[in-house]
Design a protein around this ligand. Structure first.
Ligand SMILES: Cc1cc2nc3c(=O)[nH]c(=O)nc-3n(C[C@H](O)[C@H](O)[C@H](O)COP(=O)(O)O)c2cc1C
Length: 159
């Protein structure tokens, strides 16, 4: 079986998770950016990493997920909002629904730091986006603990 770890990232937080997952996988494997448009049919198992944008998976991921058919997937994400917040649950639910042609065997998410200039841009909006209140606590994430949690969680799944 060949495993694909595919990631969508703007500021590289999600890339960090993708690289850690890739390193832990013992099957034949490939790590690809979603911008490379990998063909899901080339793989037996797919881990899809995305960032949450405006309450949903980013748009490249929204387009990719429905293309995965009849195989198992693992979904992982980074976001500014607190880890177990309703908004993160809602965004992950959207991702799972979009991946409905596949079987989601697990999900993981953690906070991801926002660059200062993006935070300033969001703060200047009216109304301010709801995730902005949690954004200061995203600083430094994903950190070593987040990555360890991801790897431990993933290694407990049978793929
Ligand atoms: C335009 C924009 C919209 C965002 N929308 C959300 C959001 O709706 N919810 C959230 O929790 N985080 C939101 N974020 C924060 C990012 O999801 C977070 O920083 C993430 O780790 C970025 O991942 P990346 O570094 O892989 O691109 C937003 C960030 C930007 C720049």
């Amino acid at each position: 079986m060949k495993v694909l770890v595919v990631y969508s990232t703007k500021t590289k937080n999600t890339l960090k998770l993708a690289e850690a997952l890739y390193d832990t996988i013992r099957y034949r494997k490939e790590l690809k950016s979603i911008t490379d448009k990998p063909d899901p049919e080339d793989y037996g198992f797919i881990a899809v990493g995305f960032w949450i944008k405006d309450g949903k998976p980013d748009s490249a991921t929204m387009e990719f997920l429905p293309q995965i058919r009849d195989k198992e997937v693992f979904l992982f994400a980074t976001h500014a909002s607190a880890k177990n917040s309703d908004s993160v649950h809602d965004a992950m639910k959207v991702a799972k629904e979009l991946a409905c042609n596949a079987r989601t065997i697990g999900t993981f998410s953690c906070q991801g730091e926002i660059p200062a200039e993006m935070m300033e841009k969001a703060a200047a909006q009216s109304p301010q986006p709801p995730w902005l209140a949690d954004a200061p606590s995203a600083k430094g994430h994903p950190d070593k603990k987040d990555i360890r949690e991801l790897v431990d969680f993933f290694n407990k799944l049978t793929i």
